[in-house]
Design a binder for this molecule. Structure first.
Ligand SMILES: [Fe+2]
Length: 290
């Protein structure tokens, strides 16, 4: 297991072996706010193509995106709106990590730069991807200490909502937490687990990922704070999760891996971990039983 935690940083050769299925969802779902906007679709496809080209580029230099003024305005709006809620609701590690990575409202960060910084913190890095990837393929990349990230921006008509990951969700929600060594090792472990899991175990790992990486809460002294990316990147989710009507349970692995989720709804229940170290250890034990 230690070999998994200490997995070496992937080299460019890892990207030349197409050992996972990059199952792109090329057409937008009908309820996507940009589904009927040809200019948006073209722009999204252009940025997605940069990610596809990256995998065939022998230098594997992550392409920078020349974001438009409209895209930067979407980022600025979400970043600014979230800032106030996050100060009250986000875990302290996240708030510090956002500063450490230099995230700010005036510019959409480039994955290349964030990947470089992450690597210095925990050996994690980022790789651009053109859309949703099936669960095993996505999670397996975590074993290589690599997080696949989209680079396009959600539709400007609904800055508060996206039915798919975008750079706003990745950079504001996910990326800062990868500077935490325990969180990074936990993610690494999930990646290893995804590679060896049978179909049922993969479903359980997907639920563990959902209730922690996406919608996890953590104890901080006498307070409960958010560390999940789905919470940190959405003001409605972040506010809703602290509603007293939303039950919050102490994290119990068996309960978590048996709790189904629906990505299209506000979360009806949330789980609180005592620490990132605990999450790492309990996951190690869980995957050790595969
Ligand atoms: Fe996510």
């Amino acid at each position: 297991m230690n070999a998994v935690i200490n997995a070496t940083i992937p080299t460019k050769d890892d990207f030349l072996t197409e050992d996972v299925d990059f199952a792109e969802i090329s057409s937008l779902p009908i309820d996507h706010p940009g589904a009927h906007d040809p200019a948006y679709r073209n722009r999204r496809n252009y940025i997605a193509e940069l990610a596809a080209n990256y995998r065939h580029d022998p230098t594997h230099r992550i392409p920078d995106v020349d974001y438009t003024r409209e895209e930067i305005e979407v980022w600025r709006y979400v970043f600014t709106q979230l800032e106030e809620v996050q100060q009250r609701r986000a875990c302290s590690f996240y708030l510090q990590a956002k500063r450490d990575l230099g995230l700010h409202a005036d510019a959409i960060p480039q994955l290349r730069e964030l990947s470089y910084k992450l690597n210095l913190f925990t050996g994690f890095r980022l790789a651009p991807i053109e859309g949703l990837v099936e669960t095993r393929a996505f999670l397996t990349w975590l074993e290589k200490r690599t997080m696949l990230c989209t680079q396009y921006v959600r539709h400007h008509s609904r800055p508060d909502y996206t039915p798919e990951p975008d750079i706003v969700h990745e950079a504001i929600g996910h990326i800062p937490m990868f500077t935490n060594p325990d969180f990074a090792d936990f993610s690494n472990m999930v990646g290893y687990g995804a590679r060896i899991a049978d179909e049922q175990q993969l479903i359980e790992l997907g639920r563990l990922y959902w209730w922690t990486v996406e919608f996890g809460l953590i104890e901080e002294g006498s307070e409960i704070k958010a560390f999940g990316a789905g919470l940190l990147s959405s003001f409605s989710e972040l506010e809703n999760c602290f509603n007293p009507n939303v039950p919050k349970q102490k994290f119990d692995l068996r309960t978590v891996i048996n709790t189904e989720f629906d990505y299209s709804m506000m979360q009806p229940v949330l789980f609180i971990i005592p620490s990132y170290g605990y999450l790492k250890e309990i996951t190690k034990e869980f995957i050790g039983s595969f």
